[in-house]
Design a protein around this ligand. Structure first.
Ligand SMILES: C[S@@+](CC[C@H](N)C(=O)[O-])C[C@H]1O[C@@H](n2cnc3c(N)ncnc32)[C@H](O)[C@@H]1O
Length: 209
């Protein structure tokens, strides 16, 4: 099924080229929230935030990897979590500018999730990444970095778009990460993603080891 929104069409046609990703999200930053949440029924940020919040126990430092305009940060701050602080990283300066306007992030920085991150091992008590493991954005290898920067026992909650789950070998990659002792896979559930577009995702709940 082809998406109707031309910007979503452009997103699904990406091939991992960082310049094109930045260009698309520069063009999309202003209308992204309305287009996705209202237009497409984008429920993944809310769902992932709920799953992450359930696994936090008091004060926590969270990384939102590929935070975009900050929908996940907003959703997390609506959860009954006290003492939770959120940092966000993203490739797109335009999306980060929108995220800053939400006033829910402690710190926002540009970073490329396909490269080693300039963040120390065990830096975060939880990591969340929504809408980033999808066509032409970021592949399964990037999960290794998310596991590295999460402290042992920390939840790592990641959505993987249904279009790439099988073709990009996510199930095997997660098994390999488990075999290497990087994570424990706690749950992989089918979840709604873009409800109005009819897309689903795998919502992966990992625990850093
Ligand atoms: C569909 S948006 C999701 C944004 C936000 N997490 C949400 O759920 O609304 C995908 C985001 O991934 C970011 N992105 C794509 N490739 C990236 C990369 N290699 N490193 C960091 N961020 C990337 C884009 O800039 C964009 O903000």
């Amino acid at each position: 099924m082809e998406p109707e929104n031309p910007l979503l069409k452009r997103a699904y046609a990406l091939d991992g080229n960082a310049t094109e990703i930045r260009s698309l999200y520069r063009d999309w930053a202003q209308s992204y929230d309305a287009d996705t949440v209202d237009g497409m029924g984008y429920v993944a940020p809310e769902q992932a935030a709920e799953v992450l919040a359930d696994r936090l126990d008091g004060a926590a430092m969270i990384l939102d990897a590929g935070c975009g305009t900050g929908l996940v940060g907003e959703a997390l701050s609506r959860q009954k979590t006290s003492g939770v602080m959120i940092d966000g990283i993203d490739l797109s300066a335009g999306m980060l500018e929108r995220a800053a306007q939400k006033n829910v992030y402690r710190k926002l920085s540009e970073a490329d999730l396909t490269k080693p991150l300039d963040l120390a091992k065990d830096s975060y008590d939880g990591v969340v990444s929504v809408g980033v493991f999808t066509s032409g954005h970021v592949g399964p290898l990037a999960m290794d970095e998310l596991a590295r920067i999460a402290r042992p026992g920390a939840p790592v909650v990641v959505t993987v778009h249904e279009k790439v789950w099988g073709p990009d070998g996510y199930a095997d990659h997660l098994k390999a990460m488990e075999a290497k002792g990087l994570v424990r896979v706690r749950e992989i559930r089918d979840a709604a993603y873009h409800e109005k577009e009819g897309y689903s995702c795998k919502l992966c709940v990992l625990e850093a080891a």
